[in-house]
Design a protein around this ligand. Structure first.
Ligand SMILES: CCCCCCCCCCCCC/C=C/[C@@H](O)[C@H](COP(=O)(O)O)NC(C)=O
Ligand SMILES: Nc1ncnc2c1ncn2[C@@H]1O[C@H](COP(=O)(O)OP(=O)(O)O)[C@@H](O)[C@H]1O
Ligand SMILES: [Ca+2]
Length: 467
């Protein structure tokens, strides 16, 4: 009978398996003044949330994964952004490198973040654009492998719409567009280590997830020809590569990561608020403070390993994905300034299969005599082919390996090199120099949250956050 006044509050509701959903509740009352007071108070509270983005630059790869990027963004993400009063500039990419090139042209500083809708390859492109742009604007030469790179404070949000979506899964705990959109809206921030990859004093790429030679390099190379198959191409090429059972000879030199507290065989993994990553953040801040007195990194010890390898994988994060929920290195940290270097030596097909299967169950994939894992802050790799030509792996910077393969007689090229898979894109050189840059960039994420024991009680209590 009486006139009612109302307002609706939208909030995040946590569901199972790290999934977030948007829910709403409407409040009614008869007193108009009281209702307005509530609205005003809530608006002021929201205004105080300084970490929430107001303006975003969005890149959509319409051809990633199952080619659903545009639909996913328009139907699931854009309505949430507008509900949260976020304004967006949207670019639908027309070709590879469109997003990357665009980031060198636009005024990136007017945005609170960049969103990429696509897979790991698309994320990689946006990250290269953003990190490259910041270095350019700061006068840093990316070709110098020893350069101290400038941290990028413009956060990247990943709306998963690719094939593997390992970076999203490893930083959020699930590949789900709505969950990722909500992490962007509430303004989460997760720092991330980035590896730089050089060859011969020339910058090649950055990597945040997997740098893989041998098995994962060969899968990627074969699967690129099968793009029309969509995400299935990795199963097809994976099976084919497994049967081919190629191994590669080479030398690895690495510098152990002595600054971090963890080890790759730890039972605990990196979770929201991880103290090992916090410790690295403190060390980084101290380094920035007394940068004049910085100790020479190059002086520290190098360990050298020669051998025949089925796979060489360097991962900056666990690389968990729906295919392997605990990932390639379950105890790797998102932001500790180190990478886990996994060496799988020549072994039988059966043993290699046992190793692969352990990525999908609870057994320890490092507990094999032919698998070694090291936590490193930098490493170099040279294949046997290049080595025969040039001798000292420690001096790869001075030499010109690229020349060798092209000039080599065709007859030997069957036993040649594999290629590096760098976050889902192939590299042209096999000889590379890699260095981990602690927390070089930031994501709209908070790492994987600890599983709650009582999920039912959880969703009723503190788990809700105002939109
Ligand atoms: C019985 C056999 C079991 C096989 C389990 C093997 C574990 C699979 C672990 C995959 C780790 C993938 C790391 C992520 C790589 C992506 O950057 C890349 C590119 O992803 P994108 O296509 O851009 O989404 N994907 C691949 C397969 O190379
Ligand atoms: N419009 C486009 N046309 C063709 N390729 C594109 C386009 N936009 C982006 N790309 C490239 O597609 C590659 C793969 O995209 P990604 O979104 O990672 O999908 P997937 O996970 O299926 O590999 C990226 O390396 C990116 O550079
Ligand atoms: Ca790391």
């Amino acid at each position: 009978m009486t006139k009612l006044h109302a307002f609706t509050v939208y909030y995040v509701k946590k569901a199972r398996n790290h999934r977030w959903r948007c829910s709403d509740v409407t409040f009614w009352c008869v007193d108009e003044h009281l209702c307005n007071q509530w609205i005003q108070a809530l608006k002021e509270l929201l205004e105080m949330q300084k970490s929430r983005p107001k303006q975003l630059l969005v890149y959509i790869n319409p051809y990633g994964g199952k080619r659903q990027g545009k639909r996913i963004y328009e139907q699931k993400v854009a309505p949430l952004f507008s509900l949260a009063s976020i304004s967006t500039d949207v670019v639908i990419t027309e070709h590879a490198n469109h997003a990357k090139d665009n980031l060198f042209e636009v005024n990136i500083y007017k945005y609170d973040g960049v969103v990429c809708v696509g897979g790991d390859g698309m994320f990689s492109e946006v990250m290269h654009g953003l990190i490259g742009r910041i270095q350019k604007d700061s006068g840093i030469d990316q070709n110098n492998p020893k350069a101290s790179l400038v941290q990028c404070n413009i956060r990247i949000g990943i709306i998963p719409a690719g094939s593997t979506d390992c970076i999203c899964y490893s930083t959020v705990g699930i590949s789900d567009p709505v969950t990722s959109a909500l992490h962007i809206i509430v303004g989460d921030c997760q720092p991330l280590d980035v590896s730089s990859v050089h060859h011969n004093n020339m910058f090649l790429k950055y990597s945040v997830s997997l740098l893989g030679y041998g098995f994962y390099g060969d899968i990627l190379k074969d699967s690129e020809k099968k793009r029309w198959m969509g995400p299935m191409r990795y199963d097809y090429s994976g099976f084919k590569t497994f049967l081919s059972h190629h191994y590669y000879e080479g030398t690895i030199a690495y510098q152990p990561a002595k600054h971090t507290l963890g080890s790759p065989r730890d039972k605990d993994s990196c979770r929201t608020g991880c103290y090992i990553c916090k410790k690295s953040e403190q060390q980084l801040a101290e380094q920035h403070k007394d940068c004049g007195l910085k100790h020479e990194e190059g002086e520290e010890e190098w360990k050298v390993i020669k051998g025949k390898f089925l796979a060489i994988n360097a991962v900056n994060m666990s690389c968990a994905c729906p295919r392997s929920p605990k990932g390639l290195s379950p105890a790797a940290h998102l932001a500790d300034g180190s990478a886990d270097l996994i060496l799988v030596r020549k072994c039988s097909r059966f043993d290699f299969l046992r190793y692969l299967v352990r990525h999908t169950n609870q057994d320890d994939q490092f507990d094999f005599p032919f698998v070694d894992v090291y936590r490193v802050k930098s490493f170099q790799f040279t294949s046997k082919l290049s080595e025969d030509n040039e001798s000292n792996v420690m001096d790869i910077g001075k030499k010109r390996f690229g020349q060798f393969c092209r000039d080599h007689p065709a007859c030997c090229c069957n036993i040649v090199n594999s290629t590096w898979n760098c976050d889902g894109e192939t590299l042209d050189s096999s000889a590379i120099e890699v260095r981990v840059h602690c927390q070089l960039m930031k994501l709209f994420a908070r790492g994987i949250e600890e599983n709650c024991k009582d999920e039912a009680a959880y969703s009723q209590n503190s788990a809700e956050q105002l939109l």
